[in-house]
Design a protein around this ligand. Structure first.
Ligand code: AMP
Ligand code: MG
Length: 399
């Protein structure tokens, strides 16, 4: 057996680096920028009103109330063509450009208009710049907007749109294929004959990929047959940046994934000192990383978390590869036995009264997927007899 750290380093060292490309804004959410973004123009591009009200000269409001002659109306999107002279005001809407001559806005709530609509009475004294959003208040032309290495969230995309970027230089979104192997596996609601089970790894792994923002590619379900596995894997690496298989990497007589990957790839078979997810195959086929994840449903998901997710994040240009970890107080104890491995217990994590609590989420067998489905954390249980009620444990927060 090798340590988790050694296995992870082996995987991370061999994955290819991220590839930069020009990505349309509509496809860029969650990607990492591969170059500095500079504002081409100012945001806002012109001084405009922050309120519905009246644009005027601040000096005219000294010693309220002040009666000012209304000389026009400016809607958002309008081009100001009337100058505001002393003793005058222009009706202005939020976002409309400040007219020449005006240096302040009074909100409509602080004004009253005469019955004939010709005069506005301003009830407050305001300073220069009142409710005016000046040009470049958010971004100046030429200013660095986002550094290289920024993960693009919804707000970032809004900013990029505001400076007129139709595309952004970012690390390409990965396409990752998922393949299930096993003669016992079937798909869909059909009645199971004895010996059969339904393929649960593929939907779970595809969803884990979707969740982390890569394109998931369903490579299907393949029988325990060397030729079929070879064909499916070669198809997969031809169209994907990485491939995940599950099953067929243990010590069984029909674990053909191992045999095939040995023949067509440069693979390493690892027995990692963890539970679940001890067996892991990793290597390159035609230069494409292939993760041979274990078949047991919980193992395949935990293996994804510990190996595939950080590797795929690195390949996507992320520097921060890890899920957050917290110290949590164990509720009800988390049992295990000493076996030379680090165990990852499926737990429910709760934040209450300023601290984290972690309790078992249910059956801890590697075939008991329900407790993995409901878990919000993986408790890192060092070798030994487990962690007693009230003791602290490190927990990886999921999702
Ligand atoms: P294997 O590593 O192929 O021997 O599989 C280990 C265990 O995981 C066996 O009980 C398999 O039936 C089960 N298994 C393998 N692949 C899947 C899958 N895609 N969905 C659900 N269970 C699976
Ligand atoms: Mg199998």
């Amino acid at each position: 057996m090798i340590s988790l750290a050694e296995a992870r380093a082996h995987v991370l060292d061999r994955c290819p680096g991220p590839v930069a490309s020009e990505v349309p804004l509509a496809d860029a959410r969650g990607l990492v920028t591969a170059a500095t973004v500079v504002a081409i123009g100012a945001v806002p591009p012109f001084a405009n009103s922050a309120m519905d009200g009246f644009a005027l000269r601040a000096a005219d409001t000294v010693g309220p109330p002040a009666d000012l002659r209304i000389v026009g109306t400016l809607a958002a999107g309008a081009v100001p063509d009337v100058e505001v002279c002393p003793g005058e005001a222009i009706r202005i809407m939020t976002g409309a450009p400040m007219p020449p001559g005006a240096d302040a806005v009074v909100m409509v709530e602080r004004t009253a208009v005469s019955d004939d609509g010709a005069v506005v009475t301003v009830a407050v004294e305001v300073g220069v710049g009142n409710h005016v959003r000046s040009a470049g208040e958010d971004l100046l032309a030429g200013e660095e907007v986002f550094a290289s290495g920024t993960t693009l969230g919804p707000g970032h995309l809004g900013v990029l749109a505001s400076i007129g970027c139709g595309s952004v230089v970012a690390f390409r979104r990965l396409r990752v294929g998922v393949l299930s192997t096993g003669d016992e596996l079937v798909e869909g609601p059909a009645t199971l004959r004895v010996g059969q089970i339904r393929d649960s790894n593929r939907p779970a792994l595809l969803a884990l990929l979707d969740e982390m923002g890569v394109v998931s590619v369903d490579l299907g379900l393949v029988a325990d047959d060397e030729e079929a596995i070879t064909a499916a894997l070669l198809d997969g690496v031809a169209e994907c940046d990485a491939v995940l298989t599950s099953g067929g990497v243990s010590m069984g007589d029909f674990d053909y994934v191992k045999a095939v990957l040995d023949r067509i790839g440069e693979m390493r078979w690892m027995q990692v000192a963890i539970r679940p997810a001890k067996p892991l195959a990793f290597g390159l086929v035609e230069g494409v990383p292939v993760f041979g994840l274990p078949g047991n449903p919980v193992s395949s998901m935990v293996s994804f978390e510990l190996f595939a997710r950080p590797a795929l994040r690195a390949m996507s240009g992320h520097v921060d590869l890890e899920r957050p970890r917290v110290q949590a107080r164990v509720v009800g104890g988390l049992q295990r036995h000493a076996d030379g491995k680090v165990h990852f217990g499926r737990v429910l994590v709760e934040y209450r009264d300023g601290r984290y609590l972690a309790a078992s989420s249910g059956g801890q067998g590697s075939h008991q997927l329900t407790a993995m489905a409901t878990a919000t954390g993986l408790a890192v249980l060092p070798d030994g007899d487990g962690v007693a009620d009230g003791d602290l444990v490190e927990v990886i927060l999921l999702g």
